[in-house]
Write a protein that binds this ligand. Structure first.
Ligand code: ATP
Length: 229
């Protein structure tokens, strides 16, 4: 997708396995887009995450659920580029690709949860991430910035004083941002479904309908429909 840099205040990237997408991802994306003043937040499902177990559900289903979840939220867009690429899904490759499309001047913000920030030094060529984008870490219940180590040093070396600094430059800063804390995880949702419990209000209703229709996340494929709510 070609964007005109003059029209854009900045692009946000929110990656994940989205297995399935839930209100934690959605609320974080909406709030970060608004508070950072981004014209668009792109949610990018990972095909083969390098530092996570393989997703339980295939990429086609995860993308379909994401598209349903974003249907009524114009500022949030599903971007399937990693699903079309072979090999592991390195975030640096994705950012480099998007940077080439939007030009050198448009601010690009890689948005991640605090749980992802603390593992940043395990990412492929992680120190180069801030060459192509800003990194914005959203607070997540139970996760805190480490007290020492190379991730803390990296954060301190690049730390932005506030969001206005992100839109003033195309890349290079790290911002830790407080957002509404929603202690929801895809793991918890998959476990609830396996136990036959309701996941209502944890994911959009359209996604619940999709899960039910395709009998995802349930060991018992013949489970009566009303049990998956
Ligand atoms: P899983 O439980 O399968 O590990 P997850 O719920 O952590 O999944 P992912 O798709 O792996 O979801 O996460 C994508 C991104 O969303 C990560 O940066 C993660 O930190 C962030 N994220 C996930 N859940 C929340 C939440 N409840 N609040 C804020 N950020 C979240």
């Amino acid at each position: 997708m070609q964007l005109n840099a003059d029209d854009s205040k900045g692009i946000g990237i929110f990656g994940g396995t989205f297995d399935p997408v839930h209100i934690g991802h959605l609320r974080a994306s909406v709030e970060l887009r608004k508070t950072l003043g981004l014209s668009e937040m792109r949610l990018i499902p990972s095909a083969n995450p390098p530092h996570k177990a393989q997703p339980e559900t295939n990429a086609e289903h995860r993308l379909a659920m994401l598209q349903l979840a974003l249907a009524n939220e114009p500022g949030l867009v599903a971007d399937a580029r990693e699903l079309h690429r072979k090999g592991l899904s390195y975030t640096l490759d994705t950012l480099t690709e998007i940077r080439a499309e939007i030009g050198v001047e448009t601010p690009l913000c890689l948005c991640i949860g605090m749980d992802s920030l603390i593992d940043l030094n395990q990412w492929h060529r992680w120190r180069e991430l801030t060459d192509v984008a800003h990194v914005v870490a959203a607070a997540r219940p139970g996760w805190h910035l480490p007290q020492s180590g190379e991730v803390l040093e990296f954060v301190q070396a690049h730390r932005a004083s506030g969001e206005e600094q992100l839109l003033a430059q195309p890349a290079g800063n790290i911002l830790i941002k407080e957002i509404t804390l929603l202690p929801v995880s895809a793991t918890g949702i998959r476990q609830a479904l396996q136990r036959g419990e309701s996941i209502r209000y944890l994911v959009p209703d359209s996604v619940i309908d999709y899960i039910r229709q395709h009998q995802l996340y349930s060991d018992k494929k013949d489970k009566p429909q009303q049990e998956i709510q």
